[in-house]
Design a protein around this ligand. Sequence first.
Ligand code: NCD
Length: 303
Amino acid sequence: MRSLIDILELDVNEIKELIEKANDIIANPAKYSEKCRGKKLATLFFEPSTRTRLSFEAAMYELGGNVLGFSEAQSSSAAKGESIADTAKTTSCYADIIAMRHPKEGAPLVAAMNASIPVINAGDGGHNHPTQTLTDLLTIQREKGRLDNLTVGFCGDLKFGRTVHSLINALSRYENIKFVLVSPEELKLPSYVKETLKKNNLEYVQTTDLDSVMPELDILYMTRVQRERFFNEEDYLRLKDSYILRPERLNTAKADLSIMHPLPRVNEISVEIDNDPRACYFKQVLNGKYIRMALILKLLEVE
Ligand code: NCD
């Protein structure tokens, strides 16, 4: 039995298979509509979510399965002081697979160590978010036709943005990826993630200036400043509008740039850009459902 806590638990071949499976589901949805009949997914969400939770739930329904769970810590026994370990053991008696989001880094790992069913990390604090990364990889593969030979810009809150951490780790295994890290000084990529780049001798640049690097980028991955991870509101207010992508900023960008964002957007991408053919963020949302279907099939070992 396998869980998915960190994206690096999947090797590149398994990621390739998941992407192929997702593409097959997109092409032939009817083939998959009964695959999880009788199976139950538990969504244990201790932190707010729109896309990730609904995407997991929609994925399970489209596989013919059922869903149970909660969407806020206050409505679970965590409010009474129950441990993650006990919640995981209990949920194992009701469901076949768990998707867990938690504000504490490592909570889904603790759940996986105590559950007798697979656990999927649906975001743990400012740490990791492997299923958003699968979503992003499927999107890059569909938009660019490849996962190698790309210059990828990450812009915004690279310190607390867990989707950035997981995607950088994932991309570090493909040939000739150049990483361009754009953030305010205070929100730079944490050193434990930068280690991955250094250890693998990967090419990266760090800058505060988005405009100066725009012409080089094949992908621009924008992120929200993660308000809930700040220790004080003043710092958040000072940093929240560090980068706002407006149409004129794209004047120097490549014609085939892919603009990505894990969403939710606050105001770091102006809504005028939504109609630009280079905007991919709503396609990402849809891709997220299909790759989660592929992942559930894999972890439940459904053929
Ligand atoms: C992201 C997350 O929760 O980390 N959202 C998502 O799952 N698509 C990004 C964010 O909240 O900024």
